[in-house]
Design a protein around this ligand. Structure first.
Ligand code: ATP
Length: 395
């Protein structure tokens, strides 16, 4: 089986460069992981990982067509960008060991067999021997692809690395495969193994789920496993401000749909999500009730403007998940947000209005008038009615 038929020609060119150098140095070389899986599934191959049984620097030094590379001596891994912009991870085969559940793995250089054994699922544990044009499938990855199932490679896999639970869910949604180890995963979750990994690692996995086109299916699956408690009916809730192609919108939707304070706190307190997004979630969390009370009392444009201008777009999206407020928010964004006064403090002083608090009051009064009555030319209005305005401001 030649999986390379599914690679594009620039990728093939680079793989061949590496192959030629490995032949020269008498080193075995394999494409591994996701690229093999996706090529077999006839899907677009994104990242190419290549494993060798020698230090990658020996290969890197001999290939001229490299634009730049990063090399980690300790782990014998490298990331290479070639002149034609193809990127490859070229790494020494490795063995991984976990001291306890959720620990980061202890990595030692090893051979292909250990490297495939350390992997998460059988469909990700196949290697393609580039020199011999041969698929190496020690754990029946091909059989599982045909049976459309996600199955762990080795005993204790979920316990040693609980992020694999999220990975199983992600691949299951993406390829519409069954999770073969459902019962084991449920047991692990009941035993609380997700707590063995940091909140940042959990949020990173959730972000990865949200980056998939079938993100909703993954969230529903997390719900079924009791990892999250999401009100499923609120997922992708109709909201004119929501573009669900944007990942941050999906996160806002998750936050809104979550019934679990603990999970909402995780979305606020991590170092994975964008700061602006986290700040908006936090402000919204602190003010939900207050916003709702004030917004329900706002009747005119000026009140709506004064309240909503304090909020970021993310906060406005969250508020507009409540149907009762969405028209006020739309009104603000489409009609009010950009309105500004044509007059400034200096203009008012030139008209003889006293410096200080008065100026601010007049400006506010004019803005209120402009927003609520729709007057276009407040300069003209001010010139004609300055006496009346000053009187109103005074009282
Ligand atoms: P994707 O299309 O999602 O990027 P991928 O297979 O390239 O798929 P990566 O997360 O880039 O996924 O990982 C590359 C390979 O490394 C996987 O195919 C898998 O074999 C292995 N791997 C990644 N994470 C783990 C893990 N937590 N445990 C075991 N193996 C893993």
């Amino acid at each position: 089986m030649n999986i390379m038929n599914n690679f594009d020609k620039d990728d093939i060119y680079i793989v061949n460069l590496i192959k030629e150098e490995c032949i020269r140095q008498n080193v075995k070389v394999y494409i591994v992981g996701g690229a093999v899986r996706d090529a077999i599934l006839h899907r677009k191959v994104n990242d190419i990982d290549i494993c060798i049984e020698c230090d990658p620097i020996n290969i890197i030094k001999k290939i001229k067509e490299i634009k730049k590379y990063i090399y980690y001596k300790e782990f014998k891994t490298s990331n290479i960008i070639f002149n034609n912009n193809v990127t490859i991870d070229l790494i020494h085969c490795r063995k991984e060991g976990y001291e306890y559940s959720g620990a980061l793995p202890k990595v030692t250089p090893s051979n292909l067999y250990d490297d495939l054994y350390r992997r998460d699922f059988t469909i990700n544990a196949m290697a393609y021997d580039i020199i011999d044009d041969k698929l190496i499938d020690l754990y029946d990855g091909m059989k599982d692809i045909k049976a459309k199932r996600i199955r762990k490679v080795h005993r204790n896999s979920y316990n040693e690395d609980p992020t694999r639970i999220f990975r199983a869910i992600r691949y299951s949604a993406r390829y519409e495969f069954d999770i073969y180890d459902k019962n084991e995963i449920s047991t692990c979750i009941r035993e609380g193994i997700i707590k063995n990994i940091s909140d940042d690692r959990v949020i990173r996995e959730i972000l990865l789920l949200c980056m998939e086109s079938k993100w909703k299916e993954s969230v529903v699956c997390c719900n079924q496993f009791n990892i999250m408690q999401i009100e499923v009916d609120l997922l992708e809730k109709d909201n004119i401000l929501c573009d669900y192609l944007k990942i941050n919108t999906r996160i806002l939707n998750l936050f809104f749909a979550s019934k679990q304070n603990e999970f909402r706190e995780m979305l606020i307190n991590n170092s994975i999500l964008e700061k602006e997004l986290r700040n908006s979630l936090k402000r919204y969390r602190n003010m939900t009730n207050e916003i709702q009370t004030i917004l329900s009392q706002c009747v005119d444009n000026f009140d709506i403007y004064k309240l909503l201008k304090k909020f970021s777009l993310y906060e406005l999206i969250l508020i507009s998940f409540f149907d009762v407020y969405k028209y006020k928010i739309m009104n603000y964004l489409s009609n009010l947000k950009e309105i500004t006064l044509d007059v400034d403090g200096k203009y008012l002083m030139d008209l003889g209005i006293e410096q200080g608090k008065n100026i601010g009051n007049v400006m506010n009064y004019l803005l209120e008038l402009k927003l609520n009555t729709g007057i276009r030319n407040e300069k003209e209005y001010l010139n004609k009615n300055s006496g009346e305005i000053l009187n109103a401001v005074k009282h």
